[in-house]
Structure formats: structure tokens, C-alpha cells
Design a protein around this ligand. Structure first.
Ligand SMILES: C[S@@+](CC[C@H](N)C(=O)[O-])C[C@H]1O[C@@H](n2cnc3c(N)ncnc32)[C@H](O)[C@@H]1O
Length: 275
């Protein structure tokens, strides 16, 4: 008797549980079915007892072989969903994280309150922040990145999502001429000394998207300084656990009037706003 879709999903969850927590393995098996095979839960409810064609089984085996080496699912698939939109990703880009939505929410709220007309997304990666701002506001958006590979993916995403923004290659704010408006960024902020204790999957993401000198603080410090020097209206930055106090001190020393640090759901410093 041919293997059914239900059976295949159970077998997949068991195979994934050899290197993932059982709950994670189950959730990921559902994602593979939904995102990879286009077999939603609703589809499974009606067709789960049907036999699986050989090519579908072959596809799952191929993904499983790669996934066992630690390669993240989003890279296998070539895209991930963020804020309900589909963003292409590859080995040149960070895989967007759910917590970065806090940065976007803070930027949208602050930008509206300050009536900004321009914003810059620094270190755009796959483009999530810049593209979302372009689609959800009428601000003029620029996005920068030091990685040509990441910028190519961000441009592809902007085109696919019909977002209008300007992409520039270079260091932090250097490629953006003229007034900055609101500076928004999720720059690399991981301390290179923490590398040995990081999840193995992070090894698949570009070092240049993760690590920054000075215990992970270097780029956020430079952004606070440069944005202030160039009279940006405000900054909204993603920051690392335990980095809030020192960045607040630096920001005030650079002349910002008010610095707020917000924690994520796990209670860790995650977003810094400088005004
Ligand atoms: C943590 S990733 C964030 C990507 C994306 N904004 C997101 O939230 O998913 C940081 C990004 O900053 C870029 N980057 C690193 N150093 C940079 C620099 N000096 N200037 C501009 N971009 C830089 C990396 O290439 C990477 O795309």
C-alpha cells in the first residue's frame, strides 16, 4: 500500500526529531508541508489519506538530506514569510526574525508621531524593514547594505512586492546623501566572543550579518553617532540582550535628548529609540 500524506508527515516529524526538539520537529514538518509542498492543514484534512507520488517523496528526502547538515529550512525553501509577506532569502542574507517586527512597529509609530517624510533602513539584508516601510507609509525610503549579494535579494523582493525604494551599496549611512529623516536598522550586534555558544544553524548565515566588533556594539554606536551628527530626526535600532544601558549612555553622550530601551517578550533588551 502506498504511503499516505498523513503517514509521510508523521515520518518526517520523526526524522526531524533526530536533531530538533520534538515540538519544533512537529511544527517544522507542518511548515514543510504548507510552504514546501503547498499542502495546507485544510488540504490535509481532505486529502491526507491519499497516496504520495514518488516525486513528492523524493523532494522530501532531498530536503531532509540537506536539513540534516544543519541548513535552515528558509534557505532550503528560498524564502520566508515576514509580517505576512513572502521575502526571498539566500546565503547572502540573514533569515528575518519575528522579533524584528518590534523595530518596524516602533519605527512606524515614531515616524508618524514625528511626521517624518523620509527614512533609511541601514543593513537592509532581504529588505524587510525598508520594503515594509515603503509599502505601509508614504515616506521616501532608502536602504543600504555593505553586501552586494544581500542588496540583489532586497531589490528582487522590492520588485516582487511592488515596493518603491532606493537601494544603495556601502557602509551604514555613507551612501545616503542629504537629510536622513528617521534612521531604522537591525545591524549586526552579536559579540564574536559568543560564537562558540551560538545555535549551530547561525553558522549558515553570513558572519557580516551577525557579528560586530566591540562586543557586538560597534555598528550601533556608530549609527547613534552618525545619525546625530547628520541631524537625523530619530533612530530606531534593534539591539542585543544586555546592550541597552551602554548604548543609552553612548547615545546621550552623542547629544540625543531621550533614549528609550524596550524589551522583547522574553524580557531582553531589543529595541532602542533615540530622539
Ligand atoms: C542583522 S542583518 C539584518 C538584515 C535585515 N535588516 C533583517 O532585519 O532581517 C544585518 C545586515 O547589515 C549588513 N551590514 C553589515 N555591516 C554593514 C555596514 N557596515 N554597512 C551597511 N550594512 C552592513 C549585513 O550585510 C546584513 O545584511
Amino acid at each position: 500500500m502506498p504511503q499516505t500524506y498523513h503517514q509521510l508527515r508523521l515520518d518526517l516529524a520523526t526524522a526531524l526529531a533526530q536533531f530538533l526538539e520534538p515540538r519544533e520537529a512537529n511544527a517544522e514538518a507542518i511548515r514543510w508541508f504548507e510552504e514546501g509542498l503547498g499542502r495546507s492543514r485544510t488540504w490535509m484534512a481532505g486529502h491526507g489519506d491519499e497516496g504520495v507520488p514518488d516525486e513528492v517523496r523524493g523532494q522530501i528526502s532531498h530536503w531532509l538530506r540537506r536539513r540534516k547538515t544543519g541548513e535552515p529550512w528558509a534557505y532550503l525553501l528560498g524564502w520566508t514569510k515576514w509580517r505576512g509577506r513572502r521575502f526571498a532569502v539566500n546565503a547572502s542574507t540573514l533569515i528575518p526574525r519575528p522579533e524584528t517586527e518590534m523595530v518596524l512597529e516602533a519605527a512606524l509609530e515614531l515616524g508618524q508621531r514625528l511626521k517624518v517624510s523620509r527614512a533609511v533602513d541601514v543593513g537592509t539584508g532581504s529588505g524587510i524593514l525598508g520594503i515594509s516601510m515603503a509599502l505601509e507609509t508614504d515616506w521616501e525610503i532608502s536602504a543600504t547594505d555593505i553586501s552586494e549579494g544581500a542588496l540583489a535579494v532586497a531589490q528582487q523582493n522590492a520588485q516582487a512586492l511592488n515596493a518603491n525604494l532606493d537601494f544603495k551599496l556601502g557602509h551604514l549611512l555613507d551612501p545616503v546623501l542629504g537629510p536622513l529623516g528617521l534612521v531604522v536598522s537591525n545591524p549586526p550586534y552579536v559579540d564574536p566572543d559568543d560564537r562558540p555558544s551560538l545555535q549551530p544553524e547561525l553558522a549558515w548565515e553570513p558572519d557580516s550579518a551577525l557579528f560586530a566588533d566591540d562586543h557586538g556594539l560597534a555598528l550601533n554606536i556608530e549609527l547613534l553617532m552618525e545619525s546625530r551628527r547628520r541631524a537625523a530626526m530619530a533612530c530606531v535600532l534593534e539591539i542585543g540582550t544586555g546592550q541597552g544601558a551602554v548604548l543609552k549612555e553612548k547615545g546621550l553622550a552623542f547629544g540625543w535628548n531621550r533614549i528609550q530601551v524596550h524589551q522583547d517578550l522574553a524580557g531582553h533588551d531589543r529595541v532602542l529609540m533615540a530622539l
